[in-house]
Ligand binder design. Structure first.
Ligand code: SF4
Ligand code: SF4
Length: 189
């Protein structure tokens, strides 16, 4: 690819990619592709694109390829990459922004992770935390894995780690405020 092609590629999807930068607080030009993030990422072995490659795709305007990647769903937000990055690029925030953008367009490369995330957040919104029984039951139902981990249910109840009736945190209003603020689309300043 020569310099002229690179320039025209980088201009593709500019406004959408700029919106992702704004939302995540990441300046894509900060990344000089050293690869330290990907070398330390504990989930990189399962990803179809390394974290470094996700940034490169966005630098080149190849938004569609980033949106279709499994990587944005597999990122565990562990922050290892941020601590290793010489430029402190906030990759997990970028992954989250790209994941939300993909979801808005109906592009979901990892459907089961999406189901799990949705149920987990619905639980937190309703109870202030995610009760294991509801999380597991709804996940098994919606994912179609009806009997997944069914063997561990008696142990969870007997050890007191799971309860039939879900417990709520005391200040559910504070939780609602956090969700309302997120729904406003809070951006990094
Ligand atoms: S460690 Fe930082 S600068 Fe290096 S490739 Fe990853 S994000 Fe880019
Ligand atoms: S935050 Fe995501 S991309 Fe960064 S090291 Fe952890 S799993 Fe990998």
């Amino acid at each position: 690819m020569d310099a002229l092609e690179l320039t025209s590629a980088a201009n593709r999807n500019r406004s959408e990619i700029h919106a992702l930068e704004k939302k995540s607080g990441v300046e894509l030009t900060d990344c000089y592709q050293c690869g330290k993030c990907s070398a330390g990422c504990p989930v990189a072995f399962a990803m179809d694109k390394t974290p470094r490659q996700i940034i490169r795709l966005l630098q080149l305007g190849l938004l569609e390829e980033a949106l279709a990647s499994r990587t944005i769903w597999l990122c565990a937000t562990c922050q290892t990459c941020v601590t290793r990055c010489p430029k402190e690029v906030d990759l997990p925030a970028l992954m989250e922004a790209v994941r939300q953008a993909a979801k808005k367009k109906g592009i979901v490369a990892e459907k089961e992770i999406n189901v799990f995330n949705d149920i987990f957040l619905q639980n937190v919104k309703a109870f202030g935390k995610s009760p294991e029984v509801i999380l597991s039951a709804l996940y098994n139902l919606r994912s179609g894995h009806l009997f997944q981990d069914i063997d561990s249910v008696p142990h969870l109840f007997l050890s007191g780690k799971a309860h039939v009736l879900p417990e709520k945190v005391k200040n559910t209003d504070a939780i609602k405020k956090i969700f309302a603020k997120c729904a406003e689309g809070g951006e990094h300043s």
